[in-house]
Design a protein around this ligand. Structure first.
Ligand SMILES: NC(=O)c1ccc[n+]([C@@H]2O[C@H](COP(=O)([O-])OP(=O)(O)OC[C@H]3O[C@@H](n4cnc5c(N)ncnc54)[C@H](OP(=O)(O)O)[C@@H]3O)[C@@H](O)[C@H]2O)c1
Length: 396
């Protein structure tokens, strides 16, 4: 029985609140904190209607460490689940250190004024968490998150040596808007417009944004164009998967999405450097975010499925083996269960599972951890129980 504080009342925060409320034997009390109280209130009402559970809500600006510290001291959680934005990661880790509370997030730190994400900023907290006997679990979403656990599962159960990993993320959902992003538009567009990067033979290889593609035959979804991108789990997996020769990340985009993105980029709407407009500075990408549909509003309109998985290649008992470990998730089923589309769902469920494993002591450690550093078995078991069943396909 444990109290948990969720920070960020967005698309993912809503799923985390609903999924935690479904497991009262672990999450005895839940508080959802965010900057905008009305967002918290809407989620509070939905959780009550769907699960019967009363959750507490609070207004908090997580960029202000003393505000979070005051909320933690008042509510006294055992764990803070950070599903606000990557900009808040370090502030929330600081608040956890000050109050002696464990920490979990789904995306690594990114400075607001530079489109760059990297684990080093959070890995630098290792000693501080260790000395205080606290645990910080990084990247407990789907990708990163479940993809890291799939790799750990492959290494534990299916391979003696892993040489190649390709992480493939396909969203064949249709929300009916000409252009929208499935999670926070600012974070999503910063990620997609960045230079591609993959790791091969001990070195990083850079590519022009979205310049490398392949047609991949996804289970259930069929052939989709998948584009090589840099994604944060590559950084930790390249470090933690011993013997690896190459790891890459691919995401599918429709031609329509890419056409809109190209135009927006060409006219400067995706820029993050402020420009002067009518006497005041605005960030074009933040203005674009204000115009685009709120990802949390896409749930009721999105139809179709996602498929995210890891294609792993290596040796078992001296023989070559290649397999795909994956989940298929249906947007409409997610909406029926928790009122959200599958992108928020596939992120929020693993955040709840990571929290559950930490609170029940199945995943325990002192310091800062990436998902693949922990035993994959209890996590894989919980995925099947809590809405993200996985499958394995032996390819050769
Ligand atoms: N690992 C994965 O698979 C994966 C996949 C998708 C998303 N993600 C991550 O999940 C996180 C949430 O994504 P989302 O789609 O839910 O985004 P979202 O809908 O934009 O929600 C983010 C929420 O964070 C809150 N927030 C922002 N700044 C805050 C602050 N200073 N203090 C308190 N709350 C603040 C905002 O609430 P207010 O309106 O109250 O300000 C907003 O509703 C992001 O970090 C994203 O990168 C991870």
């Amino acid at each position: 029985m444990s109290k948990v504080l969720i920070i960020g009342a967005g698309g993912v925060g809503s799923v985390v609140a609903h999924k935690c409320a479904q497991v009262p034997e672990v999450f005895s009390e839940i508080c959802l904190g965010s900057r905008t109280l009305t967002r918290c209130e809407n989620i509070q009402k939905s959780v009550k209607a769907r699960t019967g559970c009363n959750i507490e809500i609070a207004r908090v600006d997580a960029d202000r460490v003393p505000e979070t510290v005051a909320l933690i001291r008042q509510f006294k959680p055992k764990l803070v689940i950070n599903v606000a934005l990557p900009y808040q990661d370090l502030h929330l880790m600081d608040a956890c250190l000050e109050t002696g509370v464990d920490y979990l997030d789904t995306a690594n730190y990114e400075p607001p004024d530079e489109a760059k994400f990297c684990y080093q900023w959070q890995w630098d907290y290792q000693e501080r968490f260790r000395k205080k006997g606290l645990m910080a679990l990084l990247g407990s979403g789907f990708d990163p998150g479940v993809t890291n656990v799939f790799c750990a599962h492959a290494a534990k159960h299916h391979f003696d040596e892993i040489y190649y990993v390709d992480i493939l993320d396909a969203n064949a959902g249709d929300h009916g808007h000409p252009f929208a992003t499935n999670f926070n538009p600012e974070i999503n567009i910063r990620e997609v417009t960045a230079r591609g990067k993959y790791w091969e033979n001990g070195a990083w290889v850079e590519t022009e944004p979205l310049s490398v593609k392949q047609s991949y035959d996804f289970p259930v979804l069929g052939h989709k164009n998948a584009y090589l991108m840099y994604h944060e789990e590559l950084e930790s997996l390249a470090k933690n998967l011993k013997g690896l020769k190459r790891i890459r990340f691919w995401m599918t985009f429709s031609d329509n999405y890419l056409k809109h993105l190209e135009v927006l980029q060409n006219v400067g709407m995706t820029a993050i450097k402020p420009v002067l407009f009518e006497g005041r500075e605005i960030v074009p990408l933040q203005f674009l975010k204000a115009l685009l549909p709120d990802p949390a509003s896409l749930g009721s309109r999105t139809k179709g499925k996602t498929c995210i998985g890891c294609e792993v290649e290596g040796l078992k008992n001296g023989k070559h083996r290649k397999m795909f470990i994956y989940n298929v998730c249906d947007h409409e089923e997610c909406y029926r269960e928790v009122g959200s589309q599958a992108i928020s769902y596939t992120t929020g469920v693993p955040a709840m599972i990571g929290a559950m494993l930490m609170l029940t002591g199945k995943w325990r450690g002192e310091g800062v951890f990436n998902m693949e550093e922990l035993d994959p078995d209890p996590f894989m078991e919980k995925l099947n129980i809590h809405g993200l069943p996985w499958l394995e396909k032996v390819m050769s």
